[in-house]
Design a protein around this ligand. Structure first.
Ligand code: NAI
Length: 716
C-alpha cells in the first residue's frame, strides 16, 4: 500500500489521498517523501490528461506535520544531507505549485506544521468547518521553524505583519478564523461539499499560478524595503529579543527567514529557509524542547507514571473543602470538565463567594464569544456551594484546600471521609505538610493522597500528585485519571517536605536573595533571572510569595529537622529576609511593600533603599552575569538531582515537565534535568564543584551526579 492514493477520474480530476499505512495520522517522514516523489513523477507523465488536482486525507485529520522522531535525530554532521532531503521534498511541492494546473487542498481536519505547509503550496484551500480543527504552524514551540515553505508562502499570502504571530508564536486557528485571516479560501459544511467545492474551483480555474509567481506580484502590506514596513522591521528584532531574552533561536531565525526571503524570489527564499531550518534542527535548544515538550510530555500523557493494571476511573462527583483561592480554582477546573462539584466552606457566604469565582471566569469567556450563556449556566449548575458536610454524600473524590494547618486538615478529613463512596479518594492540596503525616487522621490512609495544584488553578496546567507511605497504587492510578480528566498534566512524586516543586522553587528564590546579601545590585539579580530564561526574577517572585510565608516555612522545616536529630544549616538568604520583614516591615506584594515598591498608579519598581542597605559598590560593577545565571539554573538542577537521588522524584520526565510547568524553570533548557544532560553531565559536575568552592556546600554535586559523571552517562 502506498502512502498516497492516486485516483485519476474520468472527469480528468486527479485526487491524491494521503493515507500513511500503519499510522493514525499523516506525517512527513521518509515514506511520505518517497510516495510524494513517485506521485510527482506520475503526475508529470499524466499532465496532459489532468485538469486539476485535489489533495485529500484518508485520516481523521488532514496532516500532522513533520516527523519529530526523524528530526530529533539529525546531528550537525548530517546537516548537508538533511538540507538536501528538505530541498527534495520542497521541490516536489514546488512542482505541483508550478505545474499550471489548479491544485486544491481539501482540508478535512487538523493541519499543523508540514501539513498546513502542504496546503499553502496549493492554489486553493477549502476546510471542513469544525471548531475543533486546528490550523497552524506550531514548530516554534518545539524550537523549530516551518521548514516546508511556511516562512515564505505565508508572508507572501497575508503579509509579513499578519504572518508573524502565526510563525513566531505558533498561534493555531479554527477554520473560521483561518478564513478571516486569509489563510484558507473557503469553508465546507460536510465532506461531500468539501470535494464538490474543490471540483468547482478546478472547473472554474483551468489555469493556476500562485500570486507570487505572477509578474508584478507585490507583497501584501508592503515588502521589507517599503518605507512603512522598513520602519517596523527596524525595531521588530529588538522587540522580539525583549521577549526571548536571547534564549530562543527559533523565533529569531523565523523572522530572519521571512524578512530575508521576502526580498528575493520564491526559490531563493526557500533556500534561505532551509539553511535556517537545518541550523535549528541540529541546534541544542530544539533538541531540548522537542525532547521535553514532545517526547516526554507525550510519555506522561500516555500514563507513563500511572500504575498499570487498574481500570481507568471516571469521576462524577468531587467534593472541595475550602472555597478560598485554591478551592475556588479547583472547583472551576473540575466543573468545566463536566464533573459535579460540591464546594464546601464554613459558611454559605464563603462557599458562594468561591463559586462566584467560576461565574466571573465564565462570564469573561461568554463576553469574548468563546462560550454561550447556556454553556455557562450548565457549568455553574454543576457547582453546589454549601456549608454542610452532608452534601458530600457519594463523592468519588474529596479534595481539601482549607488553611495550611495540620489539626484543621485532620478535622475536615475525619468529617468528610465517611461521606464518600466505598472506594472514594481523599486528597489534600497542602503545599508543605507531608502527606504521610496528614494521612494519620484518615481512616483509610491507603485511599489518601496529595493533589498539589498551582495558583492560579484555572491557568496552571500542572498537578503534582504526592504518594504517601500508605497510599495504594490503585489510589494513585485513579488520582492520575482525575488529573487527566480535568485536562491537566500529572507528575507523580513521593512524599518529602516541600515535595518536589516547592523544594526546587525555594532554592531559586534563596539563591537570588543570597546574591543581595553578597552586595550584588538587585537589578543585576533580576536581570540574571530573566536572561537565564526564568519567567520572573527571584526578588519579584519572593514578593509574590510573601517573605512572611517564607519565614513560616523555614521555621517549620527547622523545627522538623531538629526534631529528627539534624542540625539546621542556615542559608545566606535568611538574614536578608529577616531584615526585610522584621526591620523594614516589607513583607511582599500583598503587604504593599517588599523588594519592590508598588505605587497605586503605575508600574512596580525596585525599592531604591536596597542599594544603601545591601549593595557593595566595590564588587557590584565587576559582577559576572554568566556566573549569576549559572547559579540560578544550577542550584535548581542540583536540588532536582537530589530529589531523584532520594526517590522523591520517580522519573526524569516528571522532573523536566514538573520543573517547567510547576515553577517556570527556563523552558529553553527542556527542564531541570535536561539542562544537566545538554550541559554535559561531566561538565555540569565540574562547574557545580567550582560553584560549591566559591559559594558554599549547597552546590556540592550529589552522589548520583558524580556517579553519572564518572560513567559519562546521562540522566534518562
Ligand atoms: P485560602 O485562605 O484562600 O482559603 C482557605 C479556605 O478554607 C477559606 O475560604 C476558609 O474559610 C476555608 N476553611 C477553613 N476551615 C474550613 C472548614 N472547616 N471547612 C471548609 N472550609 C474551611 O487558602 P488557599 O490559598 O486557597 O490555600 C488552601 C490550601 O492550599 C492550603 O493548604 C495551601 O497551603 C494550599 N496551597 C496554596 C497555594 C497558593 O498558591 N495559595 C498553592 C498550592 C497549595
Amino acid at each position: 500500500m502506498t502512502a498516497i492514493k492516486y485516483d485519476l477520474g474520468s472527469d480528468q480530476i486527479l485526487t491524491l489521498t494521503i493515507d500513511m499505512p500503519g499510522q493514525s495520522a499523516n506525517t512527513m517522514n521518509a515514506e511520505f517523501r518517497a510516495a510524494l516523489t513517485d506521485t510527482v513523477n506520475k503526475v508529470k507523465g499524466d499532465l496532459d490528461k489532468i485538469k486539476g488536482i485535489i489533495i485529500a486525507s484518508a485520516k481523521k485529520t488532514f496532516f500532522a506535520g513533520g516527523d519529530l522522531n526523524e528530526l530529533h535525530k539529525v546531528t550537525r554532521d548530517q546537516a548537508a544531507e538533511f538540507e538536501a532531503m528538505v530541498d527534495g521534498l520542497k521541490a516536489s511541492m514546488r512542482f505541483l505549485e508550478t505545474c499550471g494546473k489548479p491544485v486544491v487542498a481539501a482540508i478535512n481536519g487538523t493541519a499543523l506544521g508540514g501539513g498546513l505547509e502542504l496546503a499553502l503550496a496549493c492554489h486553493h484551500r477549502i476546510a471542513l468547518d469544525n471548531d475543533r480543527t486546528q490550523l497552524g504552524l506550531p514548530e516554534v514551540t518545539l524550537g523549530l521553524l516551518p521548514g516546508g515553505g511556511g516562512t515564505q508562502r505565508l508572508p507572501r499570502m497575508i503579509g509579513l505583519e499578519a504572518a508573524f504571530p502565526l510563525l513566531m508564536e505558533g498561534k493555531k486557528l479554527s477554520p473560521k478564523a483561518a478564513l478571516k485571516a486569509g489563510i484558507i479560501d473557503a469553508l465546507a459544511s460536510f465532506p461531500e461539499e468539501l470535494i464538490s467545492k474543490a471540483r468547482e474551483f478546478i472547473e472554474a480555474n483551468p489555469k493556476c499560478q500562485q500570486p507570487w509567481d505572477k509578474k508584478g506580484y507585490k507583497l501584501p502590506g508592503g515588502a521589507p524595503h517599503h518605507p512603512a514596513m522598513a520602519q517596523k522591521l527596524a525595531i521588530a528584532p529588538a522587540m522580539l529579543r525583549q521577549k526571548t531574552k536571547g534564549c530562543y533561536p527559533a523565533p529569531e531565525r523565523i523572522m530572519a527567514a521571512a524578512v530575508e526571503g521576502a526580498q528575493v524570489d520564491f526559490d531563493n527564499g526557500s533556500m534561505i529557509e532551509t539553511r535556517y531550518f537545518a541550523e535549528l534542527v541540529t541546534g541544542q535548544v530544539a533538541k531540548n524542547m522537542t525532547n521535553t515538550f514532545w517526547f516526554q510530555l507525550n510519555a506522561i500523557k500516555a500514563g507513563g507514571s500511572r500504575p498499570q493494571g487498574v481500570d481507568k476511573a471516571s469521576f462524577k462527583k468531587v467534593g472541595v473543602l475550602g472555597a478560598g483561592m485554591m478551592g475556588a480554582g479547583i472547583a472551576y477546573s473540575t466543573a468545566t470538565r463536566g464533573i459535579n462539584v460540591v464546594l464546601k466552606d464554613v459558611t454559605i457566604e464563603n462557599a458562594e463567594k468561591g463559586k462566584s469565582y467560576s461565574e466571573k471566569l465564565l462570564a469573561k469567556k461568554v463576553s469574548r464569544g468563546r462560550m454561550t450563556e447556556t454553556e455557562k449556566e450548565a457549568v455553574l449548575s454543576r457547582i453546589t456551594a454549601t456549608a454542610s458536610a452532608d452534601d458530600l454524600e457519594n463523592c468519588d473524590l474529596i479534595i481539601e484546600a482549607v488553611f495550611e494547618d495540620s489539626s484543621l486538615k485532620a478535622k475536615v478529613t475525619q468529617e468528610a471521609e465517611p461521606k464518600m463512596v466505598a472506594n472514594g479518594i481523599f486528597a489534600s492540596n497542602t503545599s508543605t505538610i507531608p502527606i504521610t503525616q496528614l494521612a494519620e487522621a484518615s481512616a483509610k490512609p491507603d485511599h489518601f493522597i496529595g493533589l498539589h495544584f498551582f495558583s492560579p488553578v484555572d491557568k496552571m496546567q500542572l498537578v503534582e500528585i504526592i504518594v504517601g507511605e500508605k497510599t495504594s497504587d490503585e489510589t494513585l492510578a485513579r488520582a492520575f485519571d482525575y488529573v487527566q480528566q480535568i485536562g491537566k498534566i500529572p507528575i507523580v512524586v513521593n512524599d518529602s517536605r516541600g515535595f518536589f516543586t516547592s523544594r526546587v522553587f525555594g532554592t531559586f528564590v534563596n539563591e537570588g536573595i543570597s546574591m543581595l546579601a553578597e552586595g550584588i545590585h538587585p537589578s543585576s539579580i533580576e536581570n540574571a533571572g530573566l536572561l537565564s530564561g526564568m519567567p520572573v526574577g527571584p526578588l519579584a517572585i519572593s514578593d509574590e510569595v510573601s517573605m512572611t510565608l517564607m519565614q513560616h516555612i523555614r521555621a517549620q522545616s527547622k523545627k522538623d529537622t531538629e526534631a529528627a536529630g539534624g542540625t539546621w544549616q542556615p542559608h545566606p538568604a535568611e538574614a536578608v529576609i529577616d531584615a526585610m520583614v522584621n526591620t523594614h516591615n516589607r513583607k511582599g506584594k500583598a503587604a504593599g511593600a517588599g523588594f519592590y515598591e508598588y505605587p497605586e498608579k503605575g508600574k512596580k519598581y525596585l525599592w531604591p533603599e536596597l542599594e544603601n542597605l545591601f549593595v557593595n559598590r566595590e564588587i557590584a560593577p565587576s559582577v559576572d552575569l554568566q556566573n549569576l545565571k549559572d547559579r540560578l539554573l544550577f542550584i535548581q538542577a542540583i536540588e532536582t538531582i537530589r530529589c531523584l537521588e532520594e526517590g522523591v522524584l520517580r522519573t526524569v520526565e516528571d522532573a523536566n515537565i514538573g520543573s517547567i510547568f510547576g515553577i517556570g524553570y527556563a523552558p529553553w533548557t527542556g527542564g531541570a534535568i535536561q539542562f544537566v544532560n545538554q550541559y554535559g553531565v561531566r561538565d555540569f559536575a565540574e562547574r557545580a564543584q567550582e560553584l560549591a568552592a566559591q559559594y558554599g556546600e549547597r552546590f556540592t554535586p550529589p552522589a548520583l551526579l558524580l556517579e553519572k559523571a564518572e560513567k559519562n552517562d546521562i540522566f534518562a
